[in-house]
Design a protein around this ligand. Sequence first.
Ligand SMILES: Nc1nc2c(ncn2[C@@H]2O[C@H](COP(=O)(O)OP(=O)(O)O)[C@@H](O)[C@H]2O)c(=O)[nH]1
Ligand SMILES: [Mg+2]
Length: 356
Amino acid sequence: MRVALIGPVQSGKSTLFAAVAAAGGSHVDLSRPDQPHLAVVKVPDERLVWLTEQYHPQKTTPAELEFLDLPGFDLSDEAGRNRAKTHWPAMRNSDMLVLVVRAFEGAAVAAYRGRVDPQADVQELLAELLFADLDQVTGRIAKLEASIKKPTAKRDEYLRELELMKRLEAALEAEKPISEAIHSDAEGKLVRSFAFLSQKPLLVVKNLSEGAVRGASEEAVGGVECLPLSAKIEEEIAELPSEERGVFLADLGVSESARDRLIRACYRKLNLVSFLTTGEDEVRAWTIPAGADAVTAAGEIHSDIARGFIRAETVSYDDLRAAGDMKAAKAAGKIRLEGKTYVVRDGDIINFRFNV
Ligand SMILES: Nc1nc2c(ncn2[C@@H]2O[C@H](COP(=O)(O)OP(=O)(O)O)[C@@H](O)[C@H]2O)c(=O)[nH]1
Ligand SMILES: [Mg+2]
């Protein structure tokens, strides 16, 4: 799963990206601001920390997400708009968009359009997403209108799609995202290959001045969930040795870096959950879509485990933690034997019984 950071030029995307990439242990080369950057990031999970202390495994493997840092958009002139368009395919190939907008003051960095106005920047970006989708929809409508003139076997299918595309066109022209205009799973399937931008999960990051993060408002911006942070502070935290981080965060009055909150917010917005496996060899978080059943979870580990599935021996992390260890959890009756159709919950610790 890939998260794309987008936004106006100089909003702090690359600064934030470098901090996020450091969570995956990667140091990124940002010497070419006109190029996209990609990093694999480990999803912070305190449950893995505790389980590792209990099991002393040879390795601990967290869930991962990819983050893509795209060059900033300058939509104030034709050349800039055309450059922004070249990034649409990379955005379509991402599963989620994070709109990073500037809220920090300071004349040292030139402000996009000469203003510091996060609300206006978000509105402009959202409009751009609608515009990108409209571009695709009108193109498809023209193709379909040509196709239905011929009496082909697929004509009925084309007519149905045309009707849907016209509805999407009307929605976009009324400044409504595709996500609001799709009414059924069948319609969703029909448009999936277009990978519309206004259908993707969205999050706004408001990049504040260092002094403004304490108690900053988390109010939605432009109707989109918002995470306020300071990219500069995140950059500093990422550079600190881990043993000094706690003190630094305590000074800021927070228990967790905004970077970690951002990564987890993306994981949640992508509708993903983690189930966990434990052992002396490995403690690991596995990623599945929310709502997935136990066989799907088993298949995530190995197709043999899904094929030979017998039972999922399951205990929730919270129950295990409260009990203290597996033996005590068992004694307290907290270990459940779940079947194939059990819907796996975030934080379930599962031992699959299977037979091949
Ligand atoms: N004062 C201040 N400057 C920042 C902050 N975030 C980024 N900058 C500066 O703004 C400039 C652009 O940042 P960059 O991350 O490259 O923006 P991008 O174009 O969105 O990738 C750089 O000089 C950063 O040091 C911030 O939170 N506070
Ligand atoms: Mg950049």
